[in-house]
Design a protein around this ligand. Sequence first.
Ligand SMILES: NC(=O)c1ccc[n+]([C@@H]2O[C@H](COP(=O)([O-])OP(=O)(O)OC[C@H]3O[C@@H](n4cnc5c(N)ncnc54)[C@H](OP(=O)(O)O)[C@@H]3O)[C@@H](O)[C@H]2O)c1
Length: 347
Amino acid sequence: MTGLCLTLTVKFLNKRDKLANMETNQGISLPQMGCGTWAWGNQLLWGYKESMDDHLQEVFNLCVDHGVTLFDTGDSYGTGRLNGRSELLLGKFSREYQGIGQENICIATKLAPYPWRLTSQSMVLAGKASAQRLQRKIDLVQMHWSTANYAPWLEGRLLDGLAQLYELGLVSGVGLSNYGPKRLKWGYEKFRQINVPISTLQVQYSLLSTYPVTELGLKEICDDLGIKLIAYSPLALGILTGKFSQKGPFPSGIRGLLFRQLLPGIEPILGCLRAIANSRNKTMSQIAINWCMSKGTIPIPGAKNLEQARENIGALGWKLTSAEVAELDQAAVKVNKKMVQNIFQTK
Ligand SMILES: NC(=O)c1ccc[n+]([C@@H]2O[C@H](COP(=O)([O-])OP(=O)(O)OC[C@H]3O[C@@H](n4cnc5c(N)ncnc54)[C@H](OP(=O)(O)O)[C@@H]3O)[C@@H](O)[C@H]2O)c1
């Protein structure tokens, strides 16, 4: 009996320790790592089926229970009639969650600057529609991408819409996504003038995609501006997990085509991940995710089932040494094929 009590106490303290790693930035509670939910509702790229929902709820519960309380979604997530599915599921799961860490749950949605969204009011309405799907207040609203590459004149109005959502108290914080240093500074200045803080910036960042974080010094700029950097696609859509090889298997659809092109050129990084994973008794995914954290970013790996979520959570609670990080950095430089950049990523 005493042994059982001791085990339960240790388990509880372990969880509490993980939760203690929360950081608050501009009023938003951010853990060291989050969970991406692009796949939750996406049939086309990710093979989502509604029969997965119970398992996704288990993924959600496991994450929160282990201090992974940030969930990234978007109003464009979900294909066809399932558009908005990821937000709907997150709303349901967060309402039904009954465990420790409930108060730290942070639902971060992204509003897409669709071509028919041309005014600040259209963004306010989009935010209200997301909150309606979530059936709760949005914790963090993010501009999904900047329009700077094709309609720079429009962007000010759309950002005004995000600011209005914040001023109306409909969201707790504001973030940006796919902004490079130049456009980030422009957006930061715009928000500064109206006293709206930017809590986060989200860009693609992994051992296969270091632009614009390393190449343009984006992390340092975020640090200067008090913005937390979120790393999306930290497993490079799953290729860094090591489960795919040049001889196959390949994932179905567009990912398969992309991975066939990438795999022959990325052996230096896969080999390095494999070696460090073996010596550490960790998995390649855990090493790839921990590398993102070692760079001071918050990775948000996507997880489609409990097994993946459990493995990814295992990236928490330990640190790569600086020598291991340097080894991975060097291997990343040797790779001659990189992950494709988001077409909306700005300078
Ligand atoms: N702001 C933006 O423009 C933007 C763009 C892209 C993504 N994001 C966000 O970032 C999140 C994460 O990025 P992502 O989903 O694109 O890619 P990712 O996190 O690099 O890869 C996720 C995929 O890898 C596979 N996987 C994950 N963990 C695994 C494990 N432990 N073992 C084996 N396979 C594993 C799963 O797919 P399979 O099981 O099918 O292999 C999973 O869906 C998204 O969900 C989304 O929230 C934002």
